[in-house]
Design a protein around this ligand. Structure first.
Ligand code: GCU
Length: 592
């Protein structure tokens, strides 16, 4: 080899070694691994003009180290709780939408037979990560996990992590510039150090085999193994244990007979599943069920099911902040159950893993969605990859969660050539990643007359289940009696009425015919009217009224009734159930 090319090769290799690590696929089921939490009070610096990168804040140098004064300091900065949005932690950060630098020290003793990763449950919106002053990687997106391997960079003894988190909205981000929820910024879910063996079980999918209820399908991926490995999948409760050899990529897939009790809302049966190799073992609770459609019917475990649902943001209204803990999930989901629901639409972005796992234990089926909300830059060349990566991360984290029956690719996006193309590609991508679940989207662009509405959205022909959002009696005045409104949905598929409702300020009472004073009587009447219309919806298999709790939104600016709260909640921001809550509960109790 010529000297020149050796030099070039050396330069390239050197550059590669110092390139920040791009986002790797994160490992499955982090809770089941050898983890150390970095949650708690992190030091932080508010960087409104986003100058910190130029100032090398991530080096965290003192004046002595830098050789002259430094104009930043973590140790005399503020403290922020991780996990937790910053908006709800300090009054001055209520509207903050720029950069905050976080710093966390940790001691570590590397061991020769272990690998080390750092894992973020979520961080909104753009996150750049540094270890001991060196960049290790970046992630875009506010609602899905990311991880970086740091074992080859971590020091023995003292280390420090610095994260630059920027929550600025942008026309090219997903979601983009305007959306009807609070733009909570920061490290909003847990941060973990994860130690694994050199060869470890990186990923696995365990579910029923396609079209079967007495056979499981398993896919296992071992990282770090250049040769075939033995991997065993077992479900001790049913005496299942199958050992296979992985291929040279460390992957194996197989099916095996299995006599299982199927998961359902009535019996949310979960099994301990264990995956083991010579060097690694991981286990978790997994449920098994089928979800399918037959023409306009939705079938759970082969039987028609009606989804008695509701929408819910990942927010604790009483705390005015992002939900993140098991206690938060328990509060929200206990209200879902109290309402008589068997279904929950997680709007408009993946919720915390705690929320998804608890819904599974409580027998609540889920619709999970990526945040393509209304105006998205579909014509931008980068949008499809960004959207598909968000789909990949959502599916990667929750693919083993039987409670999730629907993946949703968007909410109320307007039909158009670029949007139809991008959503079509996302649907294909999602189906390739997970052929076991149904795909949906919430549509709102229809053709209407005073007595009818017709869904003409071409993407409705590509999904498995159609969601339709319509606010008759609020944004759309009734032009006929609800019972006379004709719905035309020219697709032989199941339909979910995925949003309806109206606003009411808890405790405000008045004329049930007056929609302008935010009274509870009007909201309750609006629920009765929409419920009266439900039989007109062809192939209706469920409904998720908008919305379980009042939630925060910057563009809800009516100073008397809203004060930056969207008041369509069935429950107020303080936890009081409104009159409409009882109307919906009575309706759900009337369904066998
Ligand atoms: C839309 C949208 C929701 C929004 C709701 C409303 O349909 O999907 O995110 O909050 O309507 O206007 O209250």
């Amino acid at each position: 080899m010529k000297k020149t090319s050796i030099v070039c090769l050396t330069v390239c290799l050197t550059l590669l070694l110092h390139l920040p690590v791009l986002c790797q696929p994160f490992m499955t089921n982090v809770a089941g691994r050898d983890i150390r939490s970095l949650d708690g009070r992190w030091e932080a610096i508010v960087d409104l003009f986003d100058r910190g990168e130029v100032m090398k804040v991530y080096k965290n140098q003192t004046a002595e180290q830098f050789g002259r004064f430094v104009e930043y300091s973590f140790d005399r900065g503020i403290r922020l709780e991780v996990p937790g949005d910053w908006n709800s932690q300090r009054p001055e950060l209520k509207y903050y939408e720029s950069t905050i630098w976080y710093k966390r020290d940790f001691d570590y003793t590397p061991s020769p037979d272990k690998r080390l990763f750092i894992y973020f449950g979520a961080s909104n919106y753009q996150t750049d990560l540094y270890l001991n002053g060196e960049k290790i990687g970046s992630h875009e997106g506010g609602f899905t996990p990311f991880q970086f391997e740091i074992g080859d960079k971590v020091r023995t003894g003292h280390n420090f992590i610095v994260a630059r988190v920027n929550s600025r909205r942008s026309p090219l981000s997903i979601p983009a510039m305007i959306y009807d929820w609070w733009n909570y910024g920061g490290i909003t879910r847990s941060v973990l150090l994860i130690e694994t063996p050199k060869k470890f079980i990186e990923d696995y999918t365990i579910r029923l085999a396609p079209g079967k209820t007495d056979e499981i399908y398993a896919h296992v991926k071992i990282a770090g193994s250049g040769t075939a490995e033995k991997a065993t999948v077992s479900i001790p409760e049913i005496g299942l244990s199958t050992t296979v050899s992985t291929d040279k990529n460390g992957e194996a897939e197989f099916t095996a007979p299995a006599r299982l009790t199927l998961w359902s809302p009535e019996n949310p049966k979960l099994y301990t599943v264990e995956i083991s190799t010579l060097s690694d073992t991981i286990r978790e609770q997994i449920g098994f069920r089928t979800i399918s459609t037959e023409g306009g019917k939705l079938l759970l475990n082969g039987k028609p099911v009606f989804l008695k649902g509701v929408n819910c943001h990942d927010e604790i209204p009483q705390r005015m902040g992002r939900a993140f803990s098991e206690a938060d999930a328990r509060m929200l989901l206990s209200e879902v159950k109290a309402l008589g629901c068997n279904f929950l639409r997680l709007t408009h972005y993946p919720a915390s893993e705690e929320m998804v796992r608890m819904a599974e234990r409580m027998g609540i089926m889920l619709w999970e969605e990526v945040p393509l909300w209304q105006q998205i830059a579909f014509s931008d060349p980068g949008t499809l990859d960004k959207a598909n990566r968000m789909v990949s991360e959502m599916v990667a984290r929750d693919k083993n969660r039987c409670a999730i029956i629907l993946w949703s690719v968007s909410n109320e996006t307007a039909p158009g050539p670029d949007r139809n193309r991008v959503l079509g590609e996302m649907i294909r991508h999602c189906r390739m990643l997970d052929p076991s679940r149904l795909i949906t989207s919430a549509f709102s662009h229809t053709q209407s007359t005073p007595t009818s509405l017709t869904l003409t959205d071409p993407v409705a022909g590509l999904v498995d289940v159609i969601g339709i959002n319509k606010y008759y009696g609020w944004y759309i005045p009734w032009k006929c009696s609800p019972k006379e409104l004709v719905w035309n949905v020219p697709f032989d598929k199941p339909v979910i009425f995925s949003e309806f409702g109206s606003e009411a300020l808890y405790g405000k009472h008045g004329d049930p015919n007056n929609a302008t004073e935010w009274n509870e009587e009007y909201q309750a009447r609006n629920y009765r009217d929409n419920i009266a219309m439900l039989p007109n919806i062809p192939h209706l298999v469920g409904t998720t009224p908008w919305v379980l709790f009042d939630f925060r939104s910057p563009y809800r600016m009516n100073g008397e009734y809203q004060e930056e709260w969207n008041r369509k909640g069935l429950i107020s921001d303080k936890g009081h159930r409104k009159m409409a809550w009882y109307v919906l509960k009575e309706y759900y109790e009337s369904i066998p």
